[in-house]
Design a protein around this ligand. Structure first.
Ligand SMILES: [Zn+2]
Length: 150
């Protein structure tokens, strides 16, 4: 763990609070994901067998939401060994040999994100942000009060 500074603590508070409302995909959402990607890795098109637990639910944005709209079907090699924290578009470019294939796979992933985006994410996100900033503001107030005691 890095040195515990006020900035680090605030980011940790933000992440911990966001994790409360972020939920893992439901079984029906996971089924939809398998169907949408045709039981193939979204990055390299390798065929995957669900019954053999070959599919991974890769996070498009590393450190981003657990929600289904930030997840794609991926093989273990792409998800675990190769992509890591890379930007998914850069990673996809590395995995494809020509521009046509790259554009097809990129469009398919982007269409997936749009398809499963929540109906009212903006209002909900604003409420989440308000609550998180309220907690961070309380932290700032306590920090300022404590600094006066030094
Ligand atoms: Zn793959």
């Amino acid at each position: 763990m890095p040195k515990m500074t006020a900035g680090y603590a605030k980011n940790t508070i933000r992440r911990a609070l966001r994790a409360v409302v972020d939920r893992e995909p439901s079984p029906s959402e996971i089924t939809k994901l398998w169907e949408y990607f045709g039981s193939a890795c979204a990055y390299c098109s390798r065929r995957l067998k669900r019954e053999k637990r070959e599919g991974h639910l890769d996070h498009l944005l590393s450190g981003g939401s657990y929600n289904i709209s930030n997840r794609v079907l991926s093989c273990g090699l792409c998800n675990g060994d190769e992509k890591r924290d890379k930007n998914w578009i850069d990673f996809l470019r590395e995995k494809t040999s020509d521009a046509t294939t790259f554009n097809q796979r990129r469009s398919k992933i982007e269409a997936w994100c749009t398809l499963v985006a929540q109906v009212a994410p903006k209002d909900e996100n604003e409420r989440i942000e308000v609550e998180i900033e309220r907690a961070v503001s309380a932290f700032d107030t306590a920090l300022a009060n404590l600094r006066q005691l030094r």
